[in-house]
Design a protein around this ligand. Structure first.
Ligand code: ADP
Ligand code: MG
Length: 699
């Protein structure tokens, strides 16, 4: 594809603003626009008019079906296709699509996780059009982004609370902006999600049951070459991968997803894609689509795209970076230091709001990225630690220090900072040095939350982030709205926030042992290492109260979500355990036995030929392998016991602790012995492709 085509194909499969403006009448367009921008309720006649044009446009672009596209709590997207066909009176067909069909769908939702919500309320759920995210065409189907709720209105998806959180932060941020004086009508949060992934050859993949069933390798000794040479990061992209990327970009562009940069990552076979940022819910839809299309395009190129957080032990896993900022409809980024004293004060207040939010709700941010897969990364010296902290960089830290202590700021020029009176000392964005070990880093005009796992929906962390920042802003607005001496009160407020929350600020090495000690013992920060540790905190009164206050979740939704996420965790590990047992009993032990047979036969034969031959290799290998088969048998029996016990739990809190304390350690033990056996067994007898074959399978 030549470059000149890009503007032409970009968004060609999206019913976006350009299409709406061109195809809808002015009245309909303006009315829809008010719904999109200002959340004004949609008129039924407008919906009919939009549906009609959407259908015509979709059919012109080859679509025959439509679907409500939604994001249930499984973490992947769901769709159910209906064709536009309606029988006509004369026995033929009409292609129809009504406003009603656009606005509401009723998929048979009984097999989506609901954490008991539907049981207590209604048997079925419904989907409702989210007009703030554009409809698009995928595989001859018009996809309508929707929210998914129970009939009593409880959210059964990730989008509903995300939209609610965007409203919450808009409400509170507008209160603040009004105090400063603003011509903005609304505030929106924006996100750019950088996505990491692995590509491996389909042939090799298909020979690994663990990859097929669980998305990660449950066994595998390290290859002679891993990532230690650092030669893959930003390295030359292989032709086959380049062809994949080109194809992927084109598909994403057609869907209006602003795929922008791509490069090799640290581990062999690992890559990254970054889009240009957009409004949070559009970015979320875009990221879900990106993951789906990555898999589809990889398949076309004879490869498999692994989105698991830790497909391979011993080499880096994959994460996702959630770049987050908050801005007005008038184009002001509230996390960008401004030119005037007033803009600066506003910037510092929003900065404070984020700092306080991260400190007050560390646990919510941590649990928003907690999954069985991501537990393998956080705190494993390759990803940010499970401890949440904020990196600001030297200069901004210096400015906050100066405000806190009422001392002159020792920047390039010495200035005492009085908010609202002085301009901020200029600091260059470039010096916000890129501390890669920080989970939550200020990068000049946005915060980058780096703890997400590669397969996480970005909805979860943005719900929590928006909610927590809305809460800081609410508290500030309550104070400042009543203030009679705005400048002084603002100064005191910011000073107070910095003093109270400076424990969350940390610019040092987040991977170090010393940090864990300091963070937990001196600063009292939480260190929630696993999903089992983190998830129950969703129910903490402090958290539940805040989420309810901002109407992000109801009590029932909070409980159901906690349960679903924990269920997801225990089910995932359960499948991994079962897969391990299967591979060990059916393949690894028999393979070792085969090799033992050859070794012992060889020894006997060799000694027949020459009685004094030592057979050191044969005998020593045989002895160790024989021991290992015993250890492996023992370990697999232990794991089977754990799997049996696991079935007896009917409380997900208990079973998740059991998974953490018993299952996972037993899986580790089993793996350790099998990996050692791999190094001793001839490749001919080993039943599955090695790490080397997997990681270097794409050339
Ligand atoms: P890098 O991390 O390589 O420095 P960028 O700073 O350009 O790259 O951004 C990384 C990601 O952050 C991209 O997805 C980008 O679109 C996004 N991003 C940039 N500015 C903002 C912003 N103001 N709000 C949210 N995301 C942003
Ligand atoms: Mg980044």
């Amino acid at each position: 594809m030549s470059i000149t085509n890009i503007p032409e194909i970009f968004g060609s499969n999206v019913f976006d603003d350009r299409v709406m403006r061109a195809r809808l009448s002015d009245d309909v367009y303006n009315s829809l626009k008010r719904t999109i921008d200002e959340n004004v309720k949609l008129d039924e006649n407008v919906a009919d008019a939009v549906a009609e044009e959407m259908k015509n446009w979709a059919m012109e672009h080859g679509a025959t079906h439509f679907t409500h596209w939604f994001q249930p709590l499984t973490g992947v997207t769901a769709e159910k296709h209906d064709s536009f066909i309606t029988p006509s009176k004369d026995g033929g067909i009409l292609m129809e699509f009504s406003g009603k069909e656009l606005i509401k769908g009723e998929p048979d939702a009984s097999s989506f996780p609901s954490g008991g919500l539907r049981a207590t309320f209604e048997a079925r759920g419904y989907t409702a059009w989210d007009p703030t995210s554009y409809a698009f065409i995928k595989d001859h189907t018009l996809c309508i982004p929707t929210a998914f709720c129970s009939f009593s209105g409880e959210a059964l998806d990730k989008k509903t609370p995300l939209l609610r959180s965007m409203q919450a932060i808009n409400r509170q941020a507008m209160r603040i902006l009004k105090i400063f004086g603003t011509d903005a009508k609304y505030v929106k949060t924006s996100v750019g999600a950088e996505q990491e992934y692995f590509l491996i050859d389909k042939e090799v993949f298909s020979k690994r049951p663990d990859l097929k069933y669980t998305g990660r390798t449950l066994f595998g000794a390290m290859p002679p070459k891993g990532q230690e040479m650092d030669d893959h990061y930003f390295g030359v992209i292989k032709p086959r991968v380049a062809a994949f990327m080109e194809d992927l970009n084109e598909e994403l562009w057609r869907l209006g997803i602003l795929a922008k940069t791509e490069h090799n990552e640290v581990a062999p076979a690992q890559h990254e894609l970054a889009p240009i940022y957009s409004t949070t819910n559009i970015a979320t839809d875009g990221n879900q689509l990106t993951m789906e299309i990555m898999k589809k395009v990889a398949d076309r190129h004879g490869m498999v795209c692994l989105l698991h957080e830790k497909p391979f032990a011993g080499v880096n896993g994959s994460g996702k970076h959630n770049n987050w900022s908050i801005g007005t409809d008038t184009g002001i980024n509230l996390l960008s230091p401004g030119e005037t004293p007033s803009e600066n004060a506003q910037f510092l207040l929003f900065l404070s709001a984020v700092i306080q939010a991260v400190d007050d709700y560390q646990d919510l941010l941590r649990l928003s990225v907690a999954t069985a897969g991501n537990d393998h990364r956080l705190g494993a010296n390759e990803a940010p630690p499970a401890i949440i902290s904020v990196f600001l960089g030297d200069e901004l830290t210096g400015i906050l220090e100066a405000i806190k202590n009422d001392t002159p700021y020792q920047g390039r020029e010495e200035v005492k900072i009085k908010l609202g009176v002085h301009a901020l000392p200029r600091f260059s964005r470039d010096t916000t040095d890129r501390n890669r070990t920080s989970p939550f880093a200020f990068t000049g005009n946005k915060f980058e939350f780096r703890s997400l796992g590669s397969s996480n929906s970005i909805a979860c962390c943005n719900i929590m982030l928006n909610a927590a920042v809305a809460e800081s802003l609410r508290q500030y607005a309550d104070i400042l709205e009543k203030s009679e001496d705005f400048e002084n009160d603002l100064h005191d407020l910011i000073k107070d926030v910095i003093t109270k929350h400076e424990r969350i600020l940390f610019d040092g090495n987040g991977y170090g042992e010393e940090w864990v000690k300091e963070a937990t013992e001196v600063r009292g920060l939480s260190n929630l290492k696993t999903t089992a540790d983190a998830m129950p905190h969703l129910l903490d009164e402090k958290n539940a109260e805040m989420l309810k206050r901002h109407k992000i979740f109801t009590d029932a939704e909070i409980h159901s979500r906690c349960e679903i996420m924990l269920e997801n965790y225990v089910k995932t590990v359960n499948i991994e355990g079962l897969t391990m047992v299967d591979m060990v009993r059916k393949n690894y032990l028999p393979a070792m036995e085969r090799y033992l047979y050859r070794l012992s036969q060889t020894t006997v034969l060799m000694r027949q030929v020459s009685p004094n031959v030592k057979c050191n290799y044969e005998v020593s290998t045989m002895e160790r392998l024989a021991d290992l088969t015993d250890y492996i048998l023992d370990a697999v029996v232990q794991l089977e016991d754990a799997l049996a016990t696991f079935k007896t739990f009917n409380n997900v809190f208990e079973s998740s602790e059991f998974v953490r304390d018993v299952m996972l350690p037993r899986m580790d033990t089993l793996r350790k012995y099998v990996d050692e056996a791999e190094m001793l067994t001839s490749q001919r007898d080993w039943p599955f492709p090695s790490y080397g074959q997997l990681l270097f399978s794409v050339n």
